[in-house]
Design a protein. Structure first.
Length: 220
């Protein structure tokens, strides 16, 4: 069941339980078309998927090491990534025509959305040139030279309406990443808020996501 906030734009949806990936793709496609053709409100959908891998348009088949979970062609940019329980996925269906029609700026805003969300939990997320997503230095284990990925980004734009979005690791099974080379980057690892010693609930993460979204995107 979804809880839906209908006031204002975008509309916010939060799904309980796990959402089938193909169902999510179908919803995004339909909503994006409705935004462009019928003036439907923008939408941000927060959800969890069952364990699965997705491949983007730049995915290298060699980076799929062990197809232990279903593998889906996502149609977004990027390479292989993992989705599963304990990870919050945020799909954003936004009208870029009304937000400056600048895809690079939009990607930067997605990163900023994640970085501000993590800051609520006293985690410093950082960008890295040539490495998509949001990264953290592992000073918590005395290894400042080590960097792990805590959030992934994937973007598709159709007729200036966005699809896909972000995923933040709250407390997924990090071993599930072992079936892929995440985003084609083998020399770095992955982490989560739980792995960093942060105790947080999914509703707390959702609240932080919504507040940070307002800070970033309401000023576009």
């Amino acid at each position: 069941m979804d809880s839906i906030a209908l006031t204002g734009s975008p509309e916010w949806r939060v799904s309980d339980g796990f959402v089938d990936y193909q169902q999510a793709l179908a919803f995004m496609e339909a909503r994006a078309a409705a935004i462009r053709d019928d003036g439907a409100p923008e939408c941000v959908w927060l959800l969890e998927h069952p364990p699965l891998y997705t491949s983007g348009t730049s995915a290298d088949a060699a980076d799929l090491l062990d197809a232990r979970f279903p593998v889906y062609n996502a149609g977004r940019g990027g390479e292989y990534t993992y989705h599963g329980p304990g990870q919050r996925v945020g799909y954003a269906m936004l009208d870029l025509k009304s937000r400056g029609a600048d895809v690079r700026r939009y990607v930067n805003s997605l990163e900023e959305w994640v970085i501000r969300t993590l800051a609520v939990f006293n985690v410093r997320g950082e960008r890295r040139e040539g490495r998509p997503g949001v990264w953290v230095r592992r000073t918590d284990i005395g290894a400042p030279e080590r960097e792990d990925k805590i959030a992934a980004l994937g973007v598709r734009v159709r007729r200036w309406v966005t699809l896909h979005g972000i995923s933040i690791n709250l407390e997924p099974d990090l071993g599930h990443y072992g079936g892929i080379v995440p985003c084609g980057i083998a020399e770095h690892g992955v982490t989560s808020l739980a792995d960093l010693g942060i105790t947080a609930t999914m509703p707390e993460l959702d609240m932080a996501l919504r507040e940070a979204f307002t800070e970033v995107f309401d000023h576009d």
